[in-house]
Design a protein around this ligand. Structure first.
Ligand SMILES: NC(=O)c1ccc[n+]([C@@H]2O[C@H](COP(=O)([O-])OP(=O)(O)OC[C@H]3O[C@@H](n4cnc5c(N)ncnc54)[C@H](O)[C@@H]3O)[C@@H](O)[C@H]2O)c1
Length: 317
């Protein structure tokens, strides 16, 4: 039985994906990996720097890997700070993963992003196939990554599958330096201080998704019937679209005294202004049955409940 390798497994998505896969399948079949030092004793963990081809090769050979969820990357705001490193990690890492997948017949998941679009893309109901001319290094690596996945699928028959993920909201691991991180931070600040200073302007509308939906989407597309997949680069997926002001209103329905003010970060604001306001995810719905379960109301209620519970949990629990 082949095993599953998750790269970047200690990040915001990886920590929840590994847990979900271990619950779904035999836990020993899921090999978590990251650049950082891993947790001791919670299932197989291996250090893999994706920028080093032989480290991926070694892990795939040693653990007889059949599927790679390739999550390791620098996120949008960090990538704008260090564009050269972002190119080498995001593009070099994906290239190394695809090369090993080609040689060892692995299936590959690649997480693209709403960052793969740019200011010349239609911003509302952004189509599955449209103009992709991003103005950030993050976006450049996501478009190029999508094309590379398409190429390896068409040229070498590698079973590549991907999603254009919107901003992800979760309460398990902290976000890794993206433009939509405000939608996670706001909950922690709301529960602790009933106040949040937002780095995006109040009317900045972006697509978002609650992590349980995202994890389900990752697993569902990897388990989908390959003959039904029209796109091997990445599918648009979304669950909700809101502004910081609207999210503050949703939180106020639970914490009436919650206050928000704004101190706009020009770098992240300009990134957000170049992204779609909402995606058209009909292709994902038609090809592999994608349906989100959490809207802004359900996500807000659950995030507040989970964040409050964590705040009052005794340390070390
Ligand atoms: N979180 C989001 O909102 C979001 C939205 C769209 C797409 N994505 C994509 O999903 C993927 C995972 O995102 P995330 O939010 O979990 O990111 P994250 O920053 O939380 O985690 C990324 C992980 O990759 C690891 N990493 C960095 N360089 C590495 C290297 N050279 N080798 C191995 N590991 C390395 C980091 O240590 C980190 O644990 C990324 O490709 C990201 O672009 C995320």
């Amino acid at each position: 039985m082949h095993r599953i390798l998750v790269t970047g497994a200690l990040g915001q998505i990886g920590s929840e994906l590994v847990a979900a896969l271990r619950q779904r399948l035999d836990a020993d079949r899921i090999i978590a990996s990251d650049l950082r030092t891993g947790p001791a004793g919670q299932g197989p963990y291996v250090h893999v720097d994706c920028a080093q081809p032989y480290e991926i090769l070694e892990a795939v050979r040693r653990y007889e890997i059949g599927t790679i969820y390739h999550l390791a990357a620098l996120l949008s705001a960090v990538a704008e700070e260090k564009p050269q490193v972002a190119w080498s990690v995001n593009m070099g890492g994906l290239y190394n993963v695809l090369e090993v997948a080609r040689q060892y017949g692995c299936q590959v998941f690649f997480p693209s992003s709403i960052g793969a679009f740019g200011p010349s893309t239609p911003r509302d109901r952004t189509p599955q196939v449209t103009i992709q001319r991003p103005t950030t290094m993050y976006g450049v690596t996501k478009v190029a990554g999508e094309l590379l996945c398409d190429y390896y699928a068409a040229r070498f028959g590698v079973d590549t599958r991907g999603l254009r993920l919107p901003g992800l909201i979760s309460h398990v691991a902290p976000p890794g330096g993206g433009t939509t991180d405000y939608a996670v931070e706001i909950f922690h600040q709301a529960v602790r201080y009933k106040h949040y200073t937002c780095f995006l302007a109040p009317e900045t509308r972006l697509d978002m998704m609650y992590m349980p939906d995202a994890i389900r989407a990752l697993i569902e597309i990897m388990e989908a019937d390959p003959s039904r997949l029209r796109y091997r680069n990445a599918y648009n997926v979304t669950a909700m679209s809101f502004t910081p002001a609207e999210l503050a209103d949703a939180i106020r329905a639970h914490i009436p005294s919650f206050a928000i003010d704004y101190h706009v970060d020009p770098v992240r604001q300009s990134i957000a202004d170049s992204w779609p306001r909402s995606l058209d995810d009909r292709a994902a719905r038609e090809d592999w049955g994608w349906v989100p379960r959490f809207d802004i109301k359900a996500m807000t209620a659950d995030m507040l409940a989970q964040t409050t519970e964590k705040l009052w949990m005794p340390k070390g629990a």
